[in-house]
Structure formats: C-alpha cells, structure tokens
Design a binder for this molecule. Structure first.
Ligand code: CO8
Length: 290
C-alpha cells in the first residue's frame, strides 16, 4: 500500500491545483491535453500544429500549459513524419504572458530554490524548425515564447510587448536578450522600459516578424511555410537551423567555422548527393533524411 502511495505521489502532485491554474484534467480534450490542442497537419502529417488553448485567460502561460507544450514538442521532435512545427494561439491572443495570478504570491525564495519556470526554454532547444503564427496579443512571456521560435508570422492585428515593467518586474524568458538582438537596442529599450506595445507592422519593419497576413489566413500560411520546410531533408534542415542559431551565440569567425564544418558534413549525407544529382538530372529531389 505504502509502495503504491509513493508511486502515485508524483501524479497527485502534477494534478494538484495551482493558484490561477485550474486543476488539470488529464487527457480531457482531443489530443489528450487541457491547455493546448496538438495535431498533425500538412502533406502526410508533416507539420506538427500546436494551439495554445486557454482562451478565457487569453492563453496566460500557466505551469500546466507550459508542461503540456513541452510534452507536445517532445512528441513532435521524435516523430519521423514531422518535419516542422507551427505554434499558434487564438485570434484575440497568442499569449498574454506568464500567468500573473499564478506568480502573484511567489517569493524570491520560491523562485530561486525551486528554479521557478525553469522548464520554459524547452521550445528554444527543439531541433526541428518552428514557425510562430501570432494573432492578437503576444505580451511578456507570450512575446518571449514567439521569439524562441525560428520564424514569426503575424496576423495584421497582432501586438507585441514586454510589459513586465508595469508589474514591477522584468522579462525573464529571454525578452531582454532576444528582443534586443531582433530589433536593436533603441526599440528594445523603449519596449522594455515603457511596456508599450508595437503593432504587427512596426514589428515587421523592426525585423521581429518576417511576414504579415490577414487574421483568418495566418495559420494556413504558417502551415504552408512549415510544409515547405518539411519537404526538404530533415537532417540538412537541422544543420541549417543549428548554423543560423550559432550567429546568436558566437563571434563571426567562430560562426563561420561552425558553418563550414556543417557544410562539409552535408557531404556525408545521402540527401546532399540526391539533391545535387536530382538537379543535374532535371528532376525533383527525393530526400530520405539520410
Ligand atoms: N495572467 C493571468 N490572467 C490573465 C493574463 C495574464 N498574463 N492576461 C489576461 N488574463 C486574464 C484576465 O485576468 C481576465 O480574466 P478574468 O476574466 O478572470 O478577470 C481575462 O484574462 C481577460 O483579460 P482582460 O479582461 O484583462 O481582457 P482585456 O481585453 O481587457 O485586456 C490585456 C487584455 C491587455 C492583454 C490584459 O489582459 C493584460 O494587460 N494582461 C496582462 C498582460 C501582461 O502584463 N503580461 C505580462 C505578464 S508577466 C510575464 O509574462 C513574465 C514572463 C516571465 C517568464 C519567466 C520564465 C522563466
């Protein structure tokens, strides 16, 4: 009996209600999640589509939601049919930030000793490409989540902000770092220090998003982009993503060295041979992810 109790303890802990986050009902909705909807779409199920689905709270990112997001990402990461992932929210909100009601009563000791929200960065470590499709609010942690993705497409009414300063705190999931790299110091400082929102159009002009679409076609366009990515060799795509990401971590010399090594590595793959042979033979390449 005691052994059974010990076995069930982590399950009970996971299901315990948290402030601001209603008790989780495991496997409650379609694909078995409560706060997200996860499905495969695109040609041959080649695109993993994850929708943040907590509309009453404008997709506020409670602990349970991030846990489910990570589970869905893990599943797509190991699924050989999936070549790219789309992350989206609802029409009103991609995500209005970390769940303030859940954070409100935390102390420094809670945060520091419990590595509070330490599981937020799983998204940034996914090897498959991720397209964020942002409609509505992408605020605080919502904006940070979008910036962990590889490509951001925005709906024409999207709004981006890092409003943590208005709550007496600062961004904690890369907002001061990724935003500054994306839009430059002046705009990043303005957004982080005032909490002001910028429009999709301003975000595009600043380089935060690559394309803007009408609200109702945004997800479809993001899936189309992901489908295109998924039709290429997965192994070469992973190398390309690794190489671009190195630009954020390395000096130009180090980054160029890594790029060269990865470029040479492509010559060890069957897909590089197939790609070039297909070109010479004037046919479409048939990649085998080898
Ligand atoms: N957390 C919790 N609940 C929220 C949040 C949120 N971030 N945003 C909205 N909600 C809830 C509201 O409380 C409301 O619930 P209820 O109906 O129970 O009162 C419901 O969503 C609808 O919201 P509103 O009534 O406020 O809707 P409006 O259309 O009037 O306003 C806004 C929409 C402007 C988006 C407004 O809700 C707002 O300002 N939200 C807060 C935005 C914000 O400050 N975000 C930053 C949060 S802090 C953060 O993200 C830090 C991340 C650190 C990550 C660290 C990882 C290691």
């Amino acid at each position: 009996m005691a052994a059974l109790r010990a076995l069930l303890l982590p399950v009970r802990r996971a299901l315990r209600p948290r402030p601001g986050c209603p008790a989780r009902r495991p496997f409650a909705s379609g694909a078995g999640f409560e706060y997200i909807i996860s499905e495969k779409t695109g040609k041959g199920g080649s695109v993993g589509l994850i929708r943040l689905n907590r509309p009453k709270s404008l997709n506020a990112l409670c602990d349970g939601l991030i846990t489910e997001l990570n589970q869905a990402l893990d599943a797509f990461e190991v699924d050989p049919a999936v070549g790219a992932i789309v992350l989206t929210g609802g029409e009103k909100a991609f995500a209005a930030g970390a769940d303030i009601k859940e954070m409100q009563s935390r102390t420094f000791q809670d945060c520091y000793s419990g590595t509070f929200l330490g599981h937020w960065d799983r998204l940034a470590r996914v090897r498959k490409p991720i397209v964020a499709a942002v409609n509505g609010f992408a605020l605080g942690g919502g904006c940070e989540l979008a910036m962990m993705c590889d490509i951001i497409y925005a709906g024409e009414k999207a709004q981006f902000a890092q409003p943590e300063i208005l709550l007496g705190t600062i961004p904690g999931a890369g907002g001061t770092q990724r935003l500054t790299r994306a839009v430059g110091k002046s705009l990043a400082m303005e957004m982080v220090l005032t909490g002001d929102r910028i429009s999709a159009q301003d975000a595009k002009q600043a380089g935060l998003v690559s394309r803007i679409f009408p609200v109702e076609t945004l997800v479809e366009e993001a899936v189309r982009c992901a489908e295109k990515i998924a039709s290429n060799s997965k192994i070469i795509t992973a190398m390309a993503k690794e190489s671009v990401n190195a630009a954020f971590e390395m000096t130009l010399t180090e980054g160029n060295k890594l790029e060269k090594k990865l470029f040479y590595s492509t010559f060890a793959t069957a897909d590089r041979k197939e790609g070039m042979t297909a070109f010479v033979e004037k046919r479409k390449a048939n990649f085998k992810d080898q």
